[in-house]
Write a protein that binds this ligand. Structure first.
Ligand code: C2E
Ligand code: MG
Ligand code: MG
Ligand code: MG
Length: 277
């Protein structure tokens, strides 16, 4: 048997699987080291009112540049951080750093600036999450009404009771909540109605789809209508073209984030970008 396997697909498969696991473990160690050496950083992507170009705030996005100068995308390292539990510490750091930046922006005169911060499911379900959120607010003295937490739709399915309770506590603290990548997570609509959220973020895929199919039957339009019916705000992510922006405006969605307006910017670039407007 073993001999047969050696030449067949089985061994090939396990050998490759070994490489994959090894790569993941290496990446996990490198990520932990990068985090401990304070080499992770945040970039900020502006959010715009498309009707008048006003800047409403920004979303904080995590970046990792290795010592070799290579960028590892968050879609690759966040799952590893989640899998290893590192996300709890990293997420707390993201929260505090984004709050500190918000305080800094406020001191520069941007006193209506909203900061959106991504929160992972693993971080969110951690028993000490609310405590660390509270501490980040009090330590940085950031006014909570300018902080928005982005959670994903799939979270809504894992533990509905805990979710409802935690969302309620977050709202009590004065922060707002948006559902990121909305439309991709298959959460039930009746469930959505029970959640104390403020905003839906239309996933980039549906904004992208507008380009090919700007019809009235598009999913983006359905999400806007759903949001309106539930009394929620709507923001479109990944807006890259004027055509998409105009179509979204015609749907009555007027807040956007995307390359059309700005890529995610480093702290210094954000300050320069804001000052130049
Ligand atoms: P997301 O929260 O949905 O963030 C939006 C992603 O779309 C970002 O990718 C952003 O750079 C990208 N994007 C923005 N505008 C455009 C556009 O016009 N066109 C295209 N093609 N892309 C655009 P990024 O920064 O690579 O982040 C990917 C995902 O990683 C995020 O998706 C989020 O789920 C996760 N992530 C990033 N930072 C954090 C973090 O601090 N904590 C957690 N838990 N997750 C994070
Ligand atoms: Mg997000
Ligand atoms: Mg998103
Ligand atoms: Mg997305």
């Amino acid at each position: 048997r073993a001999k047969m396997n050696r030449r067949g697909g089985y061994e090939y498969f396990t050998r490759n699987m070994g490489v994959e696991i090894r790569e993941r473990v290496l990446l996990m160690h490198a990520l932990r080291a990068a985090f401990e050496q304070k080499k992770l950083f945040l970039v900020f992507q502006p959010q715009i009112d498309m009707r008048d170009g006003r800047v409403l705030g920004a979303e904080a996005l995590l970046r990792w540049k290795t010592d070799e100068g290579k960028f590892i995308p968050p879609d690759k390292f966040i799952p590893i951080a989640e899998y290893s539990g590192l996300i709890v510490d990293i997420g707390e750091w993201v929260l505090r750093t984004a709050c500190m930046e918000l305080v800094h922006l406020r001191s520069l005169g941007y006193t209506n600036f909203q900061m959106a911060i991504n929160v992972s499911q693993v971080q969110f379900s951690h028993p000490l999450f609310m405590q660390s959120l509270n501490k980040a607010l009090t330590d940085t003295k950031v006014p909570p009404q300018f902080v928005e937490l982005e959670i994903t739709e799939s979270m809504a399915m894992k533990d509905p009771e805990l979710l409802i309770k935690t969302l309620h506590q977050i709202k009590q603290l004065g922060m707002s909540i948006s559902i990121d990548d909305f439309g991709t997570g298959f959460s039930s609509l009746s469930h959505l109605q029970k959640l104390d959220v403020d905003k839906l973020k239309i996933d980039r895929a549906f904004v992208n789809e507008i380009q090919k199919n700007p019809s009235e039957g598009s999913i983006a339009k359905m999400i806007v209508q759903l949001g309106q019916n539930l009394g929620l705000s709507i923001i479109a992510e990944g807006v890259e073209s004027e055509m998409q922006a105009n179509t979204l405006l015609s749907y009555d969605c007027h807040i956007a984030q995307g390359y059309l307006y700005s890529k995610p910017l480093t702290r210094d670039d954000l300050h320069a970008w804001l000052a130049s407007r």
